[in-house]
Design a protein around this ligand. Structure first.
Ligand SMILES: *Cc1c(COP(=O)(O)O)cnc(C)c1O
Length: 478
């Protein structure tokens, strides 16, 4: 695509927006500048292609399209049908899935759709069946009471938050922790790895309806064949949330036992993390769950976003091209180079390294909390996020970890040499930062001391690493 077409498209769009509310046009322009200037190591973020971004800004946004392809509750959905069917077809082909539902607005929404589908499919409640076959008006007071009691008593076994699981895998304050009676599995304290034998034991004891695999902050591969065997041994439905690593599955870095799609009954994902699409979610499933999954909207979800489904179709088409597999491989090579660079300089990493796109640094070795480290890195032009480490003594707010990931910088074209330079900068910031104190002299978990001149110097070095790799090189707004 010519530099001209993309620059013209974005420039013209901003001109049209500027005529109505110039502050919005300015903010959009400023966002591009900020993204171009920051060394972005947020493991869950990426940079979608211009084609993906442009597919979202149009009149598809004006359409209501409740229902599914060919079975809508609104008239005039023929063009929405085209893009939704295309997105689903690309998803099925890309992941080798029997069924794909591309309407979820985000990863959390995709999980709610999956939970509801499994409950609807598995819970032997006459009241639930009535609700499912649209005999809702026939439900008696007693039916409703039974329904609430039965649904609330179902069991879920998911990875604990501090071991790298996600809030929606049954964390108490999350809706999933209220919908389900949840128990979690952690990692081995000595190695930081999932202990499959203990997991099998927990499943045998607890007998969950749903076993959830997948994570947001676990830096290793997971053997989904073993998880499926465990699920089968207790009659559980096996669900995998691949929100973080979908790009590595799409790019065939995770194959065989490590590819969740052939092993799980149901797989959920985001589309905007390593998969590099628009913000959104998706559910892939075995044929027997397809009908329930397709009822996601309006059972669980608000009306579909056809403009985002159009962008999903574009991004999934991109992910089916051979260069995406090369991209996915480079994400992992870069993460490993970053991990090695940090280890060589003395950093402590959870599990001692990585075999995916993310690295979890235990910053307690630097005498800092995650919160202090995150802010000091940000002052130095390096964007990361703090994260709990297993058995974190500082809890989920201050934490003891920094999570970093390579999908975004790899999209930008950075390679292993730049990862080593990045490791040097991170290590420099963390060694030069010291924990601060409260006004009364007690140690603070938030305050820190970093010489601003040092922070500036490192910011300039971070900018030097980025300079040869401009972000969105085909887009010139000037
Ligand atoms: C990011 C993430 C989600 C949530 O995705 P949203 O699009 O923010 O709703 C769900 N599950 C996992 C494992 C994630 O990492």
């Amino acid at each position: 695509m010519s530099r001209n077409a993309e620059s013209t498209a974005f420039r013209s769009a901003l001109e049209v927006i500027r005529a109505v509310e110039p502050r919005v046009a300015d903010a959009i322009g400023a966002e591009l500048t900020d993204q171009r200037e920051s060394l972005k190591l947020i493991a869950s973020e990426n940079y979608a292609s211009p084609a993906t971004l442009l597919a979202m800004g149009n009149w598809f946004s004006d359409k209501y399209a409740e229902g599914t392809v060919g079975r809508r509750f609104y008239a005039g959905c023929q063009n929405v049908d085209t893009v939704e069917a295309l997105a689903a077809e690309h998803a099925r082909e890309l992941f080798g899935a029997a069924h794909a539902y591309v309407q979820p607005h985000s990863g959390i929404d995709a999980n709610l759709v999956a939970f509801w589908a499994v409950l609807a499919d598995r819970v032997e409640s006459p009241a639930l069946k009535k609700a499912q076959v649209r005999q809702v008006n026939d439900l008696t007071e007693a039916d409703w009471f039974a329904l609430r009691r039965e649904l609330g008593n179902q069991r879920m076994l998911g990875m604990s938050l501090d071991a790298g699981g996600h809030l929606t895998h049954g964390f108490r304050p999350n809706i999933s922790g209220k919908m389900f009676d949840q128990r979690s599995y952690g990692t081995d304290p000595a190695t930081g790895l999932i202990d499959y034998d203990r997991l099998a034991e927990a499943a045998r004891e607890f007998k969950p309806l749903i076993l959830v695999g997948g994570y947001s902050a676990y830096p290793r591969k997971v053997n989904f064949r073993i998880l499926r065997e465990i699920a089968d041994s207790v009659g559980a439905t096996f669900m995998v949330d691949m929100a973080h690593f979908a790009g590595l599955v799409a790019g065939k870095v995770f194959t065989g036992d490590f590819d969740p799609v052939p092993h799980a009954h149901i797989v959920t994902t985001t589309t905007h993390k390593s998969l590099r699409g628009p913000r959104g979610g998706m559910v892939l499933c075995q044929p027997e769950l397809a009908d329930q999954v397709d009822r996601g909207c309006p059972m669980v979800l608000g009306g579909p976003l056809p403009h985002v489904m159009a962008a999903k179709a574009v991004a999934l088409a991109e992910a089916r091209r051979p260069d995406f597999a090369d991209y996915a491989q480079r994400i992992v090579t870069n993460a490993q180079a970053l991990a090695e660079g940090l280890l060589r300089r003395g950093a402590k990493l959870v599990t001692g390294g990585t075999d995916n796109h993310l690295v979890l640094i235990d910053v307690s070795g630097y005498g800092l909390t995650g919160r202090q480290a995150e802010q000091a890195l940000l002052d130095s032009g390096i964007v990361t996020n703090r994260n709990s480490v297993p058995q974190d003594p500082n809890g989920a707010w201050y934490t003891s970890g920094i999570r970093i990931g390579t999908p975004a910088l790899t999209t930008r074209g950075l390679g292993t040499a730049e990862m080593d330079q990045t490791a040097e900068l991170i290590h420099a910031v963390l060694t030069q930062t010291t924990a601060g104190a409260n006004a009364d002299g007690t140690p603070s978990k938030a305050k820190y001391v970093l010489d601003p001149a040092q922070a500036d110097k490192i910011s300039r070095q971070a900018a030097d690493i980025l300079a040869p790799h401009p972000l969105y090189p085909t887009v010139d707004l000037t």
